[in-house]
Design a protein around this ligand. Structure first.
Ligand SMILES: Cc1cc2nc3c(=O)[nH]c(=O)nc-3n(C[C@H](O)[C@H](O)[C@H](O)COP(=O)(O)OP(=O)(O)OC[C@H]3O[C@@H](n4cnc5c(N)ncnc54)[C@H](O)[C@@H]3O)c2cc1C
Ligand SMILES: NC(=O)c1ccc[n+]([C@@H]2O[C@H](COP(=O)([O-])OP(=O)(O)OC[C@H]3O[C@@H](n4cnc5c(N)ncnc54)[C@H](O)[C@@H]3O)[C@@H](O)[C@H]2O)c1
Length: 463
């Protein structure tokens, strides 16, 4: 069906998927005079997952819910934000004379040849491209010495009877595109997506039930902070069922019933938030030397090289942490490999902070006190309740607790858990202090503007 003939288009670099790393690298490569093909399966995804169906729309909804907007007005705001970003991202690449944005589903024919098939814009088109019986003639065939896989991840829908066929079933993608707010929402899963959507939908007024298989929510977080956050979510009205088995899903006339080991839960929507897996299905990896791991992730080394020469994988598709800023950092690694000294690798990214955008936000970097002790470090911990920080009065939100862990011998911060308003901003300062081995006493004695949440660091580090 495909071959390296005269119709094969030659590029310096092919990027499969319009993700964070890929689009940023396309621009950098263009600046170096490279001819780049960026293949994207869906026009609705120009710019990738984050801006279209993930971080940006979800946090727009979180912010709008906290600002008291109605669900419908929030959706309208979200829609205009996403439309603007999608167009901006498209033009950022398409208007560049060195970059061709190619619409279609990419599939490897060999290590350095990629066929592009027509996309029906549904998830089915990956499978169609994968299945030779369905495979149409490729629209185009591309070749390059260097190919970058940036195809992201996709929602896992567990094999629960009735779930997949339920007309009330939503993944986060559909949940961010609802016409009306469900009066009651049942969420399967209790991780990032579940907690963020539970918090946001509850603030809009939906009655939310979260069904989590394991016995604990946020098991990796500081226990006291996780307990406070969960208590606040409960106090806001969210119902949690932990250690629960979801047995089946049954559609009714206008509602859906989720049958579980803890009883039946009814709603107008059931949101599946049970993880996202690397998107490698239909990529034709079987035609290459690219190896995948147990979860379908493309295996890479510290330089993001796959097991096929000249092929790299970046972002969610390579497994590990699924964050936009990890994908952005993957871009830095590629830039350093392709156009720099090759000094940046996955081994020297520095500390990786993260935030769970419940209200208020829970943010974290480095180790908890318990984790530091398990590693045998000689550590001391300090805590500051948010209701003692003057700024909380202005924020009108007393909820939260800030904690920090310091190594007695090095005098460096080894971790921080910040649960409270604006922690998504604050955590990045502590990450910088940790990366640069700044002694905790510097932060303790630093002048911070007033009245801010960051001035609480004077007290937090007063150990
Ligand atoms: C609801 C939600 C909220 C999130 N919130 C945050 C957050 O607040 N902060 C954060 O840092 N992270 C967040 N994440 C995670 C973040 O969105 C991802 O880690 C990030 O977008 C991954 O980017 P990427 O570079 O791997 O590729 P993506 O941006 O996923 O891009 C992959 C692209 O490849 C395309 N594609 C796939 N297969 C093919 C193919 N065969 N041919 C052509 N094109 C193809 C896809 O259509 C897609 O556009 C969130 C995720 C979700 C689902
Ligand atoms: N703020 C952020 O940065 C942000 C926000 C949203 C998503 N994300 C990214 O997206 C990824 C995916 O998020 P997610 O919440 O889908 O996955 P997750 O891995 O964070 O959580 C999945 C949860 O579902 C539970 N689960 C699995 N199967 C289940 C079942 N059958 N019944 C009940 N519970 C079940 C798991 O025990 C786990 O707690 C995250 O890992 C994160 O990297 C990031």
């Amino acid at each position: 069906m495909t071959s390296m003939d005269q119709t094969t288009q030659q590029y310096d670099i092919i990027i499969i998927g319009f993700g964070k790393a890929g689009k940023t690298f396309a621009k950098a490569a263009s600046k170096q005079g490279k001819k780049v093909a960026a293949v994207e399966r869906s026009a609705a995804m120009y710019g990738g997952t984050c801006i279209n169906i993930a971080c940006i729309p979800s946090k727009t909804m979180v912010m709008a819910s906290n600002q008291g907007l109605s669900f419908d007005d929030a959706m309208a705001r979200k829609h205009s934000v996403v439309t603007a970003l999608n167009g901006k991202n498209y033009h950022m690449l398409a208007d560049d004379e060195n970059i061709d944005v190619i619409d279609g589903v990419a599939r490897f024919a060999s290590n350095n040849v990629v066929d592009v098939f027509a996309s029906d814009e549904s998830d089915e088109s990956d499978a169609a491209a994968a299945d030779p019986a369905h495979a149409q003639k490729p629209l185009r065939t591309l070749t390059a010495e260097r190919i970058i896989i940036n195809t992201g991840a996709t929602s896992i829908v567990p094999d629960i009877p009735g779930l997949r066929d339920s007309r009330y079933m939503l993944t986060s993608t559909e949940a961010l595109d609802l016409e009306h707010m469900p009066k009651r929402t049942v969420i399967i899963g209790g991780g990032y997506i579940a907690l963020e959507f539970a918090s946001m939908l509850n603030t809009f007024g939906s009655e939310v039930t979260v069904l989590e298989r394991s016995e604990k929510l946020m098991p990796r977080e500081d226990a006291e902070i996780a307990a406070q956050a969960v208590a606040d979510l409960k106090a806001a009205g969210i119902h949690f069922e932990l250690g629960v088995d979801t047995l089946s899903v049954e559609d009714g006339e206008s509602t859906v019933t989720v049958h579980t080991s803890a009883g039946d839960f009814e709603g107008e929507a059931v949101l599946v938030a049970t993880g996202r897996r690397p998107r490698t299905e239909g990529l034709g990896l079987e035609n290459t030397d690219i190896r995948t791991g147990e979860r379908g992730e493309v295996l890479v080394n510290e330089k993001l090289e796959t097991t096929a020469p000249g092929v790299y994988a970046v972002g969610d598709v390579k497994g590990g942490l699924q964050f936009t800023y990890i994908s952005l950092d993957d871009f830095r690694i590629l830039r350093s490999q392709f156009f720099g000294q090759g000094e940046r690798t996955t081994a020297n990214r520095g500390h990786i902070p993260y935030s769970v955008f419940i209200t208020p936000t829970l943010s974290r970097v480095g180790l908890t006190f318990a984790q530091a002790q398990e590693r045998g470090l000689d550590v001391v911990e300090n805590a500051v309740p948010v209701n003692t920080i003057p700024r909380h009065k202005i924020n009108n939100d007393p909820r939260g607790l800030f904690k920090v862990v310091v190594d007695r011998s090095t005098k460096e911060i080894v971790g921080a858990s910040l649960y409270g308003a604006q922690s998504e901003e604050l955590i990045n300062y502590l990450k910088m202090a940790m990366d640069n081995h700044i002694p905790y006493t510097y932060v303790r004695d630093a002048i911070f503007t007033h009245p801010t949440m960051s001035e609480s660091f004077n007290d937090l580090l007063n150990i």
